[in-house]
Design a protein around this ligand. Sequence first.
Ligand code: SF4
Length: 322
Amino acid sequence: MKNETGAPLLELKDVKTYFKVSGGILKAVNGVSLTIREGETIGLVGESGCGKSTLGKTILRLIRPAGGQVLFDGRDIWSFSRAERKAYTRQVQMIFQDPYACLDPLSVIGDTVAEGMDIHRLNADKAERGKAILRLLNDVGLNESHVNRFPHEFSGGQRQRVGIARALSLTPRLIVCDEPISALDVSIQAQVVNLLKRLQRDMGMAYLFITHDLSMVRQISDRIAVMYLGSIVEIADSEDIYLSNRHPYTKALLSAIPIADPTVERKRERIVLSGDVPSPVNLPAGCAFAGRCPNACDRCRREAPSLREIAPGHLIACHLAE
Ligand code: SF4
């Protein structure tokens, strides 16, 4: 179900994140424009290496873009004063793919959850800190018995709950969730997605939900952006992406999702993409998808399609979208 979403919170305007590599310039994010509103969830999907995580890091101010702007509450995050930077690191948090790799194995869970609060001195004393830790653990379905345990004593799903509690500890307005469920069993994935949805209903934060898996993202996203080789090729309301998608790449991604009903699964057409993904160091002229696209024509190889609105809120970068 769609959230009631509010004013623009984070705006990306033609963001370009490039890296110098031995063969030239790697264009990881190549001109992305996107707005995330208060309380909204945007699913950002695409194959690994398409620039999704780099875009997440650019939003988190971990990488400075080579071009374009990232605006938060209308202000460029690279023009922030020191105090504003500190406030930004509180308001924009991240949940990682592998919760185990980012939990300190030598710290008990209570201290891990409290780390951000300690840095920002959010609690007046030890008693208040203890209460805050307990409240956060309860929010994510853990309890008092977990406070003094170490990460190795937890299952993958529980560790991801700890990662979520840690992100929540600073009452963020936006959480970048970078493949938060890909390392988990399917049954646990649904639990974590439901937890994230409930927390959003209760606390009203926005999510950028980065994933390569289109099956689960439908359940949590208000809108979905499909990314290919550093650019957004289609963006629309979640249901429109599933029911009225137009970009050949979106169609191919969706056709790869297994369907539980064996009769439907047997009948449907699977689109298998041929051709190699071009190198982001040496992008071809024209549409970057042309080498793999079943509909590519001469114009596609000459001219790059721009992202344009073909129906209210539905944008697509393809010459043949209409
Ligand atoms: Fe395919 Fe051409 Fe559309 Fe690119 S612009 S997705 S090559 S039809």
